[in-house]
Design a protein around this ligand. Structure first.
Ligand code: KIV
Ligand code: ZN
Length: 518
């Protein structure tokens, strides 16, 4: 089937904004830069890099991503408030191509209970804020928050006003994940048929996954005439998340017979992007997750295996290599040098700065000394751990733990606190408890442990442990990950990483969730 320019669907990734808003998923500047880089490389058309008014950190991240972007348009989110729009304009102004994305709620329930405004008030706000944004930049997206629970006649008026004021993209989100595919498609058809200036803007879908329908709704919206899909890597996002980028892209590519659209994202980066986002957000990817889950291409049953051996197409609708899944390979040993290690990183798709490379190499040598077989997965865990540690101000330096049946168990820990080394000893009810108590002695805090999870990166008793720790402090939640062949060292790293992220959240002058709720 041939496609024309009107069949081009652009991918708008919001992992760094909606994704980062999920409780516990905050990322450091260094991590955001890494994620933005891979999104840009894989051909994502628009990267929503953050919410510049939310904090100086968010502003800095959006500006720096804007400065570094090679191909993608860089978008910054702004409420329908003049200061937000100015700040977003300033941040995305550093990009070759920037976009201000401004939004306001349009549904009766939001207008009455959240905003205390009339429909006429909101229409006036739409006109004013879109005009303001358009005076700053040519590329303006306007979103009708909670569009799917907005009376359609009122939505016509809002969309017409936004386009008249200069919006070039109109996003109609299913903010609460309430829509079903046929009605979401009909909403776009109705808007396009009834809004007089509808042909002057690109329409966009933005679906949350509360009923597990985010991808289906997104594709239905495209069927209804939308030509931009807002999505996130691994489906990260508020509550149950957003439509998963890898799923919408692979659905379009795999079923081009019934979804005749073009999309410029190169899927071979998907597995890497998924691993990176999982590492920096500390959100594990479920094993059976479509496209990027560990089991997505694993065939267990005898009948399936038999078919696969005869012809892969019997049970496989996509090839693992198309989405960047590589066969596990034995990598290097303790005799491998810097050059070989660098080549391996390039092959795995990592490009580290000088300091990060030196540190990763040092840790690789240490690992190769302790572990007989070093696999690609080991290198990935190590490098992702290193990327995570880069942006953190407090780090684990050394840990000795005395454990065993005798109790109480004891930990002696040294940490780097803003460039100063501090050592403390602490006892505990078990080695993990002792380790966490030693961290608390160096870095006093009130956070409580919500989750402590250990996974083995590869097989065998010498496998690296990957530990996830989730901490809660008041209304803030942060998750940290750490990897090491020593489970206790990995635990300490994960705990400290979560504390660093909690601090990052606290430093935000305006909490992003509070902003969205206001
Ligand atoms: O879900 C939503 O409505 C949003 C808007 C800010 C676009 O994320
Ligand atoms: Zn959203």
């Amino acid at each position: 089937m041939t496609t024309s320019a009107t069949d081009r669907v652009v991918i708008f990734d919001t992992t760094l904004r909606d994704g980062e808003q999920s409780p516990g998923a905050s990322m450091t500047l260094e991590e955001k830069l890494q994620v933005a880089e891979i999104l840009d490389t894989m051909g994502v058309n628009i990267i929503e890099a953050g919410f510049p008014i939310a904090s100086n950190g968010d502003f800095e991240a959006v500006s720096e991503i804007a400065r570094r972007s090679k191909n993608a348009v860089i978008a910054g989110l702004a409420r329908a408030i003049p200061a937000d729009i100015d700040r977003a304009g300033e941040a995305v102004g550093f990009a070759r191509r920037g976009r201000i994305h401004t939004f306001v709620s349009t549904s009766p329930i939001h207008l009455e209970h959240q905003m205390n405004k009339s429909q006429e008030d909101v229409l006036e706000i739409v006109r004013k804020t879109v005009t303001q944004a358009r005076n700053l930049i040519d590329d303006v997206e306007w979103s009708a928050m909670d569009a799917t629970r907005t009376p359609i006649e009122y939505l016509y008026r809002c969309v017409e006003a936004a386009i008249e004021a200069g919006a070039t993209t109109i996003n109609l989100p299913d903010t609460v994940g309430y829509a079903v595919p046929h009605e979401y498609k009909a909403m776009f058809e109705n808007i396009r048929n009834n809004v007089p200036n509808a042909d002057k803007a690109v329409f966009s879908v933005h679906c949350h996954n509360d009923l597990g329908l985010a991808v289906a709704n997104s594709l239905a919206g495209v069927d209804g005439g939308a030509r931009q899909i807002e999505c996130t890597v691994n489906g990260l996002g508020e509550r149950a998340g957003n439509a998963a980028l890898e799923e919408v892209v692979m659905a379009i590519r795999t079923r081009s017979d019934v979804l005749p659209y073009t999309c410029e994202v190169d899927p071979k980066y998907m597995t890497r992007a998924s691993k990176l986002v999982s590492a920096v957000s500390s959100f594990p990817v479920q094993y059976n997750k479509a496209i990027v889950g560990k089991n997505a291409f694993a065939h267990e049953s005898g009948i399936h295996q038999d078919g696969m051996l005869k012809n892969a197409e019997t049970y496989e609708i996509m090839r693992p290599e198309d989405v960047g899944v590589r066969a596990t390979s034995l990598v290097m040993g303790k005799h491998s040098g810097r050059h070989a290690f660098k080549d391996k990183l390039t092959e795995l798709g990592y490009e580290l700065g000088d300091n990060a490379f030196q540190e990763a190499f040092r840790r690789f040598k240490e690992l190769a000394d302790r572990k007989k077989n070093v696999y690609d997965e080991d290198i990935q865990a190590l490098v992702e751990d290193e990327i995570t540690v880069q942006g953190e101000t407090v780090k684990v330096i050394a840990l000795t733990v005395i454990a065993g049946t005798g109790g109480p168990q004891k930990a002696i820990l040294t940490m780097d606190v803003n460039g100063r080394h501090e050592t403390r000893e602490a006892n505990g009810d078990g080695p993990v408890d002792a380790t966490f108590n030693a961290i608390k002695a160096i870095w006093p805090h009130d956070a409580t442990l919500q989750l402590y999870q250990v996974h083995a990166v590869t097989e065998g008793t010498d496998a690296q442990a990957e530990v996830s720790v989730r901490l809660e402090d008041g209304n803030k939640i942060a998750t940290g990950k750490g990897a090491d062949t020593d489970t206790l060292v990995a635990s300490a790293r994960a705990y400290v990483s979560a504390l660093n992220r909690l601090q990052l959240r606290r430093q935000r002058q305006v909490n992003v969730e509070d902003v969205l709720a206001s």
